[in-house]
Design a protein around this ligand. Structure first.
Ligand SMILES: [Zn+2]
Ligand SMILES: [Zn+2]
Length: 366
């Protein structure tokens, strides 16, 4: 039974801080690959997962690395390949069989249950299995066990911190405008909340030819950055009515609205400035008890559509390939939102992310 040593950031309990500890990975199951992790993005979901995933656990779901070993029945990658680890999917459900793997019925459990689909754990500490296989990768580690079907081959000329910034939040923002809202030339888009997801959506909308791109936030610095990255209008949500401010500047209203905040006011506000036949999409996972108290009547009158966006409605292979091409053409300046941290500074990366000081932290493994 072959096992490999690694150093992982282990979370002992939801309230604890991460500590770097020696662990063992393996053995590789059918379809799995051992990856030497070079970098991993830090995402807001990693904060929420402290409560969602059993502990002790190894989190991290935006890994980038080099394929080291192949388990049985692996196709598509070979040792030495540079890969981005994307979201998990089972391969057997109706969504997966239709090649719409973002609709995988097992996505939630494969992401948050802290184990493989068969209930086993790829990471052990002192000979005892611990919660791992988080998003079927647990990339806050120097090595990761990942199903080959989650891997996307990465171009070696794109910097590692950029690659590690892409597979979750940025994929979601880009996927929302590309695959769900289907932004096209001359279109109008409003983005509520300008974190990594919102800023990625703004950059993508500019590339797709939107001529009106409205950024809405409470932080002046973020609004300024939104302008630099492609927003044509910036609206502060502080001390004024957002719908009034938008309709004053854009009387015809907005065709597509993307909410990244999950705030109830986003819904009622958006209906006011949405054009007839327009689309409203949201990306934030609501609390199971959330009702939003949303009146559907105005949306009905406008024949508006409501979309939930999970995983950017994206086949990761397709949408990441699009982003790689944009980046290489110099059109997608995602570097502007990334800040790198040494692996041992993982707590600092989280602190800066929570404080809004860093938009997209990326950990660099030794
Ligand atoms: Zn599936
Ligand atoms: Zn994420």
């Amino acid at each position: 039974m072959k096992m490999w040593p690694a150093v992982a950031a282990v979370l002992e309990s939801p309230e604890a801080t991460f500590t770097l500890q020696p662990v063992e990975l393996g053995p590789l199951a059918s379809g799995e690959v051992l990856v030497r992790v070079l970098a991993s993005g830090v995402c807001g979901t990693d904060m929420e997962a402290r409560e969602l995933t059993p502990t002790p656990s190894v989190l991290g779901h935006e890994g980038v690395g080099i394929v080291e070993e192949l388990g049985p029945d692996v196709t598509g990658v070979v040792p030495g390949d540079l890969v981005v680890m994307s979201y998990p999917s089972c391969g057997d459900c109706a969504g997966c069989l239709r090649d719409t793997r973002w609709l995988c019925e097992n996505n939630w459990s494969l992401s948050f249950d802290g184990k493989r689909g068969d209930g086993s754990h790829p990471v052990h500490r002192d000979g005892t299995p611990i919660a791992s296989a988080y998003f079927q990768q647990s990339s806050f580690s120097t090595r990761a066990v990942v199903p080959a079907r989650s891997l996307v081959l990465a171009p070696p000329d794109i910097p590692l911190p950029v690659l590690a910034a892409l597979p979750c939040g940025v994929l979601t923002g880009v996927g929302a405008v590309l695959n769900v809202l289907k932004i096209s030339s001359g279109d109008s888009l409003a983005v509520i909340g300008t974190g990594a997801v919102g800023l990625a959506a703004i950059m993508a909308a500019k590339i797709l030819g939107a001529t009106t791109i409205v950024a809405i936030d409470v932080h002046p610095g973020r609004l300024e950055l939104s302008r630099q990255l492609g927003a044509t209008h910036s609206i502060s949500a502080l001390g004024q009515s957002v719908p009034e401010a938008i309709l004053q500047q854009i009387p015809e209203g907005i065709r597509a609205v993307l909410d990244t905040t999950g705030r109830q006011s986003s819904w009622s506000d958006a209906v006011t400035y949405l054009q007839r036949g327009g689309d409203f999409a949201f990306v934030t996972t609501p609390e199971p008890v959330e009702t939003y108290g949303f009146p559907p009547f105005p949306l009905f009158l406008k024949c508006g559509s409501l979309h939930t966006v999970l995983l950017g409605g994206a086949n990761a292979q397709d949408t990441l390939s699009t982003i790689f091409a944009w980046y290489r053409q110099g059109e997608f300046p995602v570097d502007d939102i990334v800040r790198t941290y040494a692996f041992e500074d993982i707590e600092l990366a989280f602190e800066h992310s929570i404080a809004g000081e860093t938009i997209k932290p990326v950990l660099l493994m030794p």
